[in-house]
Write a protein that binds this ligand. Sequence first.
Ligand code: AMP
Length: 218
Amino acid sequence: MKSIIFIAPPSAGKGTQSLMVSEKYHMPHISTGDLLRAASKEKSERGTYIKNQMETGGLVSDEITLELLKERLKKDDCNNGYILDGFPRNVFQAKAYEDLLKSLKKDFGVVIILDLDKQTALDRVIGRLTCGNCGAVYNEKFEESRPKKSGICDKCGNALSKRADDNAETFEKRYDTYVVSTEPLIQYYEEKGNVYHINSGDPKEIVFSNIEKVLGGK
Ligand code: AMP
């Protein structure tokens, strides 16, 4: 299977769709947000720096992000394609990733942009609950996305939690970061011609079937 890069504004469904693709196609789901969240727990200057950047909605340095990603991509489970959720976030990372792929002798795959308007993304961020154990995502604001038992993951029974950066204030900053850093990246990929746009305002099952069409067409 081809590797997939998901690009989307905050809370547009990258994590949810990555998980659905990962389960069905048995591809590893690599979220740089998750890699960084884990690294932010280190009791070190680096850990504190990452935590601050994440909590204020800015990007973590390209150097740290690339280092964590490189280590992850070297693992054996990445030999037959993987899903990148949240990377690259800017043109510099995209170019560095091309070099990284050359050094690891891996193929590029496809870029899928999940498009969502700002207000819907904000509505989704406010009620989002995530499972720290299996990565499942729920939303207490939307009937169809609530967990069956309040606060508990349907899939693994773990307690759900709210991400520290899922609030209206940090969302504004994350969205601005997306417009400034990530939108030029979309243009960069569009010029290369390997990009698919999918409307992420649709129900998740429809979004997923549109993703499958892209994958099947490859
Ligand atoms: P996400 O889980 O993708 O929403 O990312 C959460 C936060 O992690 C972002 O707001 C950034 O602070 C940081 N982050 C995730 N991916 C990257 C990346 N590729 N480059 C820099 N920072 C990142």
